[in-house]
Design a protein around this ligand. Structure first.
Ligand code: RET
Length: 280
């Protein structure tokens, strides 16, 4: 019949065992996802409450920062409920000296909702920092463009076939894009924040350095979780959870509280937010 296996074909050495290894989220991971979901909701409510003390024309940072935690809450809800996740088939090759190589299948959950979250929240975080330093629209736009390339090529890398040069190619492109982001924020941010006075400059350097350290940890975790697969699914969830709470929640609280204490003129928001699009 048509479905009969031809007998003259030698068995393919890469035939894999019927019982693939599953790397799925465990109870620690699920609990962590729910905890961060709740924390992001609380942060969103707190940031909204903080904005009530500020006139609407000065609420731009509040709106941006609240949006960041709202998006994070949605993404964590998606991950905790098991949506926003897909199963990625990984083939691991074991090389041996005198016998043919053996292969092993691993089915591992990849949380793509993270990349949706990052593609929306990291531009908003850049907007927060860019507006704070008074960076020009052109440089903020370029930083956001590079940031989107970083997140999307990171997504391609996460789903790329294991052990291929392309996978690490995407990762390399993402890292280069990340350097462009830092370049725009650090160089232009530094120059512009200095022009806005010593108090704002000191704050921008502090929150900028804090951001730089946290953001740089993301590609490192990615390298262990999605790259070399040394970090398991729960470990990955917990590591990103800590970073997300610091980079979104603590970052936002620090920004909004300092904003309230800075001299009015340092954080003045002219332009479209206060005046309308056609009245610069
Ligand atoms: C990836 C992998 C590819 C290489 C690089 C990455 C960088 C990710 C970053 C994420 C930041 C996320 C934040 C989230 C919410 O607060 C995509 C992991 C460079 C910098 C700040």
């Amino acid at each position: 019949t048509a479905s009969a296996t031809p007998t003259h074909v030698a068995p393919i050495p890469s035939v894999l065992p019927d019982t693939p290894i599953h790397e799925f989220v465990g109870s620690a991971g699920t609990k962590t996802l729910w905890v961060v979901f709740v924390l992001m909701l609380i942060a969103s409510a707190a940031f909204t409450a903080l904005s009530w003390r500020v006139p609407v024309s000065k609420r731009l940072y509040h709106v941006i920062t609240t949006l960041i935690t709202v998006i994070a809450a949605l993404s964590y809800f998606a991950m905790a409920t098991g949506h926003g996740v897909s199963v990625h088939k990984i083939t691991i090759r074991h090389q041996h000296d005198h016998v043919p190589d053996t292969y092993e299948h691993v089915h591992r959950q990849v949380f793509w909702a993270r990349y949706v979250d990052w593609s929306l929240t990291t531009p908003l975080l850049i907007l927060d920092l860019g507006l704070l330093a008074g960076i020009s629209g052109a440089h903020i736009f370029l930083a956001i463009a590079a940031d989107l390339i970083m997140v999307l090529t990171g997504l391609f890398a996460a789903f790329g076939s294991e052990g291929t040069p392309q996978k690490w190619g995407w990762y390399t492109i993402a890292c280069l894009a990340y350097i462009v982001v830092i370049w725009h924020l650090a160089v232009n941010g530094g120059v512009n924040a200095t022009a806005k006075g010593p108090k704002l400059r000191a704050f921008f350097i502090a929150i900028g350095t804090y951001t730089l350290v946290l953001w740089t940890a993301y590609p490192i975790i990615w390298g262990f979780a999605d790259g070399s697969r040394k970090l398991g699914v729960d470990g990955e969830i917990i590591a990103y959870a800590v970073l997300d709470v610091l980079a979104k929640g603590v970052f936002g609280a620090w920004l909004l509280i300092t904003h309230a204490n800075l001299r009015e003129s340092d954080v003045e928001l002219g332009g479209f937010w206060a005046n309308g699009l056609n009245r610069e």
